[in-house]
Design a protein around this ligand. Structure first.
Ligand code: NDP
Length: 297
């Protein structure tokens, strides 16, 4: 069985990595904050690497799951960096929700060293990661994606080849723009209904058997907004980053995308107001504050 290195044991990375030993892979982990990796290795059969180079040196497949492509690219360089450790013929599978331009740049740099690259962002949230049912959107040549597939299958259910390097990032960015637009639109609609005196639980039940329903209205709002639980599973700051990628992409290819641009502005403002640790669904709090009403009470 190949040896896998997993770098980035954050909210989604840790539950993804946890599946690998159970699927028979030898696992090496690295995390910027080492204690987090030590903690992980206490619970899961894995070795802790001191540096990215050390993790890569012993591995056939290296998986990264960091906030943005910028941090992934920064991990390549220096004496302790991935490039210092990669074996020829290895593959870097980047599960970060990245940006296609940086992914292509990383792929070129790795290609010069005989290392393959696949961008492989995921969807399905923390729960999907825990259950091993994530959707994985892959960009890269078919041979590399097929090499990555058995590893990705440890935590993914739908593993789809979307196109060349960057295509996975692009599909993910559009998915995230849709998620953000659904959150904001559902929040606006329910705030309006609440202020007009309509019971939002009743309204949501009606919408959820009608044509305006979405994963956001069916799952996120009942579980997180109406319950007032607002669990922190996916940072608003990361959704803001995704929206910027989607907006930049539309601009680059010359598609007018006013909704995506507006969502990017609104979530950027929400991030500034609520901070780096707020969950993405907490953007609804901004709508509630400006509307002077609480949804679900
Ligand atoms: P978190 O913020 O929870 O974790 C980020 C991870 O990256 C941590 O391991 C952190 O290390 C590490 N990190 C941060 N900055 C650096 C750096 N400069 N150098 C090296 N390591 C760094 O993020 P998530 O796990 O939630 O998200 C990771 C990626 O997955 C993002 O691109 C996100 O958009 C995407 N994603 C997240 C989902 C979710 O539900 N959370 C769902 C789908 C995709 P440290 O422990 O030291 O802070």
């Amino acid at each position: 069985m190949p040896t896998i290195a997993f770098l980035g044991l954050g909210a989604i990375g840790a539950p993804m990595a946890r599946h690998l030993p159970a699927h028979g892979f030898d696992l090496i982990v690295w995390n910027r904050t080492r204690e987090r990796a030590e903690q992980f290795a206490k619970a899961v059969r894995a070795r802790v690497a001191a540096t990215p180079a050390e993790a890569a040196r012993e591995s056939d497949v290296v998986i990264t799951c960091l906030p943005t492509s910028r941090e992934v690219e920064a991990l390549l360089d220096g004496d302790d960096g991935l490039l210092a450790g990669f074996r020829r013929g290895a593959i870097l599978v980047d599960c970060t929700s990245g940006d296609p331009v940086t992914s292509r740049h990383i792929a070129t740099r790795l290609g010069e060293r005989g290392v393959a690259f696949v961008d492989a962002p995921v969807s399905g949230g923390k729960r999907g990661a825990e259950e091993g049912t994530l959707t994985v959107m892959c960009g890269g040549d078919i041979a590399s994606v097929e090499r990555a597939r058995p590893v990705l299958s440890a935590f993914g259910k739908n593993i789809v080849h979307c196109g060349d390097v960057g295509a996975g990032d692009m599909v993910k960015a559009v998915n995230q723009a849709l998620l953000a637009i659904h959150i904001w639109a559902t929040g606006e609609g329910l705030a309006t209904l609440a202020k007009a005196g309509v019971d939002t639980r009743v309204a949501l039940e009606v919408i959820n058997t009608s044509s305006g329903r979405s994963n956001t209205s069916m799952n996120l709002f009942p579980e997180r907004v109406l319950s007032r639980a607002f669990p922190r599973t996916f940072r608003l700051a990361l959704l803001d980053k995704d929206l910027r990628i989607a907006a930049d992409m539309a601009r680059e290819v010359g598609v007018p995308a006013p909704l995506t641009q507006l969502a990017s502005e609104l979530f950027g403002e929400a991030r500034a107001e609520l901070g780096e640790e707020a969950d993405h669904v907490e953007a609804v709090r901004v709508i509630e504050r400006t509307a002077g009403v609480e949804i679900g009470t």
